[in-house]
Design a protein around this ligand. Structure first.
Ligand code: PLP
Ligand code: ZN
Length: 549
C-alpha cells in the first residue's frame, strides 16, 4: 500500500451544500447546524491519473480504494483483511425465483462475520489517525462486535452500549475483545440516547453511526467491489435489510463516485427490506412520504434491524430512491426464519436473521414483478448466523442414537445399532421426478431431501420416467411438461391410461405458460401445477402433502 500525503478531502453539507475542509473531527455545518456531512474527493485527479492500472496491482480488500476513503495517511490503517468478499451465485435460489443474475455479496466472510467490519476498519483507522484513545458506540450487536475487535487491535478502549434485545451470544463476543459492555434495557433508540449522554458526561468520543463520515465512506467499498466484479458495470438492484440505512446510502455514494470517474454508467436501484415490527422506512416509502414516522416500540426479535427512528438518514435514502429507483418491503420474523432455513438447506448459506429478512423481501419483490427475471441483482448477505438461535431451528434438529451402553459390552450389538440408524433414514414417501433439466431435478430433490421423509428417484425423460413409475410404484410423481421426445402431456396420458398407475398423484412443474387448450388437457388429470422460477419450497411440499391425502 503506498502512502498518500497529498489527499484532499472536503466536506459538503447535505442540507445547505456549504463546503468545508475535512479534518477528521468536524461534525456539523457552521452555516445551518446540519449534522450529516458528506466527504468529497478530488475525483478529477483520479480520473486523469492511472488509478485503474494501480488497482490492478493491489490486493483485494477495503484499502485497495484508499484514495476514496477518509484516512489521510495509510500508515494509520487498522486492518484484518476486511472487504474483498466474493459475489456468489445462489444457483438453487436463483432457479426457484427465476432470477438469472442473482449475486450474493457474501459479507459473512469478514473478520467478525458481518459487513460492519468495513465500517469498523475505516472508523477505527480514523480514530487512530486523530489520536483518539477511547470511543463510545451504541449498537444492535454487529457494530459493537466489529468495533471491539478493531479497537483491540488499535489499542483503543471501547464502551459498547447494547440494547438488551441483542442475543447473549453476541454480547459475549463483544466482551471477549476486552470492550466494556453496557446492557441497556430499552429500545435501540433509547440505548443511543444513553450512550450519547454517557459520552458527553465523561468527555469521551461518541461514534455517530450513520452520521459519521467513516461509516458511509466505508460502505462505498462494497459498491467498488461489486462494480469491479461485474467488470465495471453497475447492477440493476442493490438489496439490503435496513436498520439505519448506512449500507444503501454508502453503496449509492460509491456508485455515484464511480460514475463521475467514468467507470460505470449508472447507480443501481435500491431495494430496502425491514422487519415488519420495525419498518418505519418501508411504511413511509410505500406511502410516498419523504419523512418517516418513528416506530417507538419495535416488535421484532431481530434486534439487528431495530432502528425505530431513522431520522434524516431516511430522507437521504428517499431522495436516492427517487433518483435511481427503489423498492421497499417488510417481512415478518417468521417469514425471515423460513427464508433463513430455505437458503441454508438449498444453497448452503447460513445467514443471520437480519440478512434473512433481506431474502424474504427479495422473494416479495420478485413475486410482485418489481424485480424482473433478467435484472442483475446484488443482495447484501450482511451477516453470518454463528450463534444459531434456538427458535429458528426448533427442537427436532438432531437424531439421537444412544450407544453409551455399547462400549461397555464385549461384543457390539450391531443389530440394535443398525436398527436405530435405520430409524434415522426411514423414508416415508417415494417420489419419482421426471425432468430433463439436471439443475431443476437437483433442486426438487434437494428440497425434498432436506425435509427428511421423501425418497426421490429421477428420470431424465418420459419413457424412462414411465418405466421407473412401473417399477417402484411411487406415492407421487413430479413431472416437467417440455421435454424432448415424449413430452409431459404424453407421459400423463400414458400414466392415466394404465389402471395400475392412474391413481398415483401427478404434480406438474413447468416453465411453460399454458394455453387454455393445454390447461383443458391437464384438468382432472393432475393434482397441482407449479410454475418454475416462481415457487418456493413450501408450496411444492404443500402440493405433495395435499396430493397424498
Ligand atoms: C447493521 C446491519 C444491517 C443494517 O444495516 P444498515 O445499512 O445500517 O441499515 C443489516 N444486516 C446486518 C447483518 C447488520 O449487521
Ligand atoms: Zn449546512
Amino acid at each position: 500500500m503506498s502512502m498518500v500525503t497529498t489527499k484532499r478531502i472536503q466536506l459538503r453539507c447535505t442540507n445547505c451544500g456549504h463546503i468545508m475542509q475535512y479534518d477528521g473531527t468536524r461534525t456539523m455545518c457552521p452555516r445551518c447546524d446540519e449534522n450529516i456531512l458528506e466527504a468529497k474527493y478530488d475525483l478529477e485527479a483520479l480520473r486523469q491519473g492511472d488509478w485503474l492500472a494501480q488497482l490492478a496491482r493491489r490486493k483485494p480488500g477495503v484499502w485497495r480504494y484508499h484514495e476514496l476513503l477518509p484516512v489521510l495517511d495509510t500508515r494509520h490503517v487498522v486492518t484484518m483483511g476486511e472487504g474483498g468478499t466474493p459475489m456468489l451465485k445462489a444457483p438453487n435460489l436463483g432457479l426457484m425465483l427465476g432470477l438469472k443474475n442473482l449475486y450474493i455479496k457474501d459479507e459473512r466472510q469478514g473478520p467478525t462475520g458481518s459487513f460492519k467490519d468495513r465500517q469498523a476498519a475505516v472508523a477505527i483507522s480514523v480514530l487512530r489517525e486523530m489520536g483518539i484513545p477511547s470511543v463510545v458506540v451504541a449498537s444492535t450487536g454487529n457494530v459493537a462486535i466489529a468495533y471491539a475487535a478493531y479497537a483491540a487491535r488499535a489499542g483503543i478502549k471501547l464502551w459498547a452500549f447494547l440494547t438488551s434485545q441483542v442475543p447473549g451470544e453476541k454480547m459475549r463476543e463483544v466482551a471477549i475483545y476486552g470492550a466494556e459492555v453496557i446492557k441497556v434495557t430499552g429500545t435501540y433508540d433509547e440505548t443511543k440516547a444513553i450512550a450519547a449522554q454517557f459520552a458527553q458526561s465523561k468527555g469521551l468520543f461518541l461514534d455517530r453511526g450513520i452520521k459519521s463520515i467513516a461509516a458511509v465512506e466505508s460502505m462505498k467499498t462494497m459498491a467498488f467491489e461489486i462494480a469491479e466484479d461485474l467488470e465495471w458495470r453497475a447492477p440493476d438492484w442493490f438489496i439490503q435489510g435496513v436498520s439505519g440505512g448506512m449500507g444503501p446510502i454508502g453503496v449509492a455514494k460509491g456508485f455515484e463516485e464511480l460514475r463521475q470517474l467514468g467507470l460505470v454508467d449508472k447507480v443501481p436501484a435500491l431495494g430496502i427490506v425491514q422487519s415488519e415490527g420495525c419498518a418505519p422506512m418501508v411504511h413511509a416509502f410505500k406511502a410516498g412520504q419523504r419523512i418517516a414516522v418513528p416506530v417507538e416500540n419495535p416488535q421484532t426479535i431481530i434486534a439487528t434491524l431495530s432502528t425505530g427512528r431513522p431520522g434524516r438518514a431516511y430522507e437521504l435514502l428517499w431522495a436516492l430512491m427517487q433518483k435511481y429507483g427503489g423498492a421497499a418491503e417488510s417481512a415478518s420474523d417468521e417469514e425471515a426464519f423460513e427464508a433463513l432455513r430455505l437458503l441454508a438447506r438449498i444453497d448452503g448459506l447460513s445467514v443471520e436473521p437480519a440478512t434473512a429478512v433481506t431474502f424474504a423481501g427479495l422473494f416479495k419483490m420478485v413475486r410482485a414483478g418489481t424485480i424482473k427475471p433478467d435484472d442483475v441483482v446484488v443482495l447484501n448477505c450482511s451477516g453470518h448466523t454463528f450463534p444459531v438461535e434456538k427458535h429458528i431451528l426448533g427442537d427436532q434438529w438432531a437424531h439421537d442414537v444412544d450407544v453409551s451402553d455399547v462400549g461397555r459390552k464385549v461384543s457390539l450389538p450391531e443389530e440394535g445399532l443398525l436398527s436405530a440408524l435405520e430409524q434415522v433414514d426411514a423414508a416415508v414417501s417415494r417420489v419419482v421426478v421426471i425432468e430433463d433439466t439436471p439443475s431443476a431435478a437437483r433442486l426438487i430433490s434437494r428440497i425434498l431431501q432436506t425435509r427428511g421423509q421423501y425418497k426421490v428417484e429421477i428420470a431424465e425423460d418420459g419413457p424412462r420416467g414411465i418405466d421407473l413409475v412401473r417399477r417402484i410404484k411411487p406415492d407421487v410423481i413430479i413431472t416437467d411438461l417440455m421435454m424432448p421426445g415424449m413430452d409431459g402431456f404424453q407421459v400423463i396420458d400414458t400414466l392415466k391410461a394404465d389402471p395400475e398407475l392412474s391413481r398415483i398423484p401427478v404434480i406438474v412443474l413447468t416453465a411453460k405458460e399454458l394455453t387454455p387448450r393445454e390447461r383443458d388437457r391437464l384438468s382432472g388429470q393432475i393434482d397441482a401445477l407449479l410454475q418454475k422460477g416462481g415457487f418456493l419450497d413450501e408450496e411444492l411440499l404443500q402440493s405433495i402433502v395435499k396430493s397424498l391425502q
